[in-house]
Design a protein around this ligand. Structure first.
Ligand SMILES: [Cu+2]
Length: 124
């Protein structure tokens, strides 16, 4: 008693259109005169390509993560941008209105070193 010809009725459902990660870049909002700064998050630190800026000049933080998921935030502002490993870099524009030292923190819990994910930059 064989089921004969029904044997290979394997539905080859192909996952054709599913795998394309959309690069969600918001570059349109970046002012032309913005200073570009590369920001890379990892466990558990921020690394910035530049840490001194001018009052009133827009800063374009180009934020990515090379390890894990983190939240790029700046104390005293409403900036809060989650970045995950493998995602396209995200442009976070901030125009400092006052001179001083600003503090970047991680606002997405990322593990044992989360509290230590603090970086400073200076506005003159
Ligand atoms: Cu964190």
């Amino acid at each position: 008693m064989k089921t004969g010809w029904a044997a290979l009725a394997v539905a080859t459902v192909m996952l054709m259109a599913g795998g394309c990660g959309q690069a969600n870049q918001s570059t349109s909002k970046v002012p032309a005169d913005a200073v570009k700064v590369k920001v890379v998050a990892s466990d558990f630190k921020w690394s910035l390509s530049q840490t001194d800026f001018a009052v009133g000049k827009p800063i374009d933080f180009v934020v990515s993560s090379k390890q894990g998921t983190h939240g790029f935030s700046i104390d005293g502002t409403d900036i809060s941008q989650t970045v995950s490993q493998g995602d396209a870099p995200v442009n976070v524009v901030f125009t400092p209105k006052k001179a001083g030292t600003y503090t970047i923190r991680c606002d997405v819990y990322c593990g044992s070193g989360h509290q230590d994910m603090v970086a400073k930059f200076h506005v003159h």
